[in-house]
Ligand binder design. Structure first.
Ligand code: NAP
Length: 253
């Protein structure tokens, strides 16, 4: 079985690790190439876009891919749409690994917005101290609200910097604990957090810390993703692949 994993997430890395030692399986991990020094991976990696759904379909045919696993970030809607289209074009089975979204719990003060522009709007006119927990390529619209002070945390440096007079930049790679994030929010006297509903544990620290500190969170809603067969955990992907391998063996494929 020749598997292509579309990655860029902790789950994709864990899946690659689990598959690296399995008999009867060859796996390749595909990364968008956004981070300068991505985490080491247990299987061969290819980087960069494929050139849309047609490019991905061509790649899969050329590489004789037998199964496609979409383990991309829940906000990476374009590549997920391409995966669905390419799977249809090639008739290669596709399974999506979709991390469940976080739900509010008592004490959360979430303001859900449709996109980054709406997040900027919802900051209002009164100057605030804002923690931007977004990708470095997503924050440019905040230049339209230069009255606020921004704390920006990203894996790679924000270059060019945000065109506002008051911004503080931190480079760090998660996971981040609640204690760490609470200390960060307190140190910078943050009064509002802007975040994506990424799900999972690695970046939940800021959400729990905001709740503890009674801070509002402006939460970007998840984008719509194509309706394809999907599971929520790495273990479920492995079980799905085992089942596919067993049925292929019983058919003598
Ligand atoms: P996107 O909007 O879905 O993808 C844009 C293009 O990047 C795709 O059309 C594809 O180019 C290429 N691409 C994306 N993921 C790829 C992969 N795994 N392998 C090969 N090419 C890939 O995704 P995005 O621009 O990366 O990010 C959108 C949102 O997801 C942001 O909120 C970002 O912070 C979040 N996110 C993304 C990643 C990631 O690894 N992509 C990780 C963490 C968070 P072609 O059409 O040319 O194939």
């Amino acid at each position: 079985m020749n598997i292509l994993i579309l990655g860029g997430t902790a789950e994709a890395r864990m899946l690659a690790e689990a598959l690296a030692t399995r008999g009867g399986i060859r796996a390749t991990l595909s990364l968008a190439g956004r981070t300068a020094q991505p985490a080491p991976q247990a299987v061969p990696v290819r980087k960069g876009g494929f050139g849309g759904a047609d490019g991905l379909a061509r790649y899969m045919r050329e590489q004789r891919i037998s199964v496609l696993i979409d383990a991309t970030h829940p906000y990476a809607a374009a590549i997920s749409a391409n995966a669905a289209r390419a799977a249809t074009l090639t008739e290669i089975p596709l399974l999506a690994l979709r991390r469940p979204a976080w739900d509010t719990v008592a004490g959360d003060q979430w303001i859900e917005v449709d996109n980054v522009e709406a997040a900027v709007e919802s900051l209002g006119q009164v100057p605030r101290r804002v923690f931007l927990a977004l990708g470095r390529k997503e924050i440019a619209p905040f230049a339209a609200a230069p009255e606020h002070v921004y704390l920006v945390r990203s894996v790679d440096p924000v270059d060019p910097p945000l065109a506002v007079p008051h911004a503080i930049y931190l480079t760090a790679r998660g996971p981040f604990s609640e204690a760490e994030d609470r200390a960060l929010l307190e140190r910078h006297r943050i009064d509002v957090v802007v975040a994506k509903n990424s799900g999972g544990d690695a970046t939940y620290g800021k959400i729990a810390a905001s709740r503890a500190l009674h801070l509002p969170v402006i939460m970007l809603k998840r984008p719509a993703l194509p309706e394809v067969e999907s599971v929520e955990t790495v273990a479920a992907v492995l079980a799905w692949l085992d089942h596919a391998l067993t049925s292929a063996a019983s058919r003598g494929v």
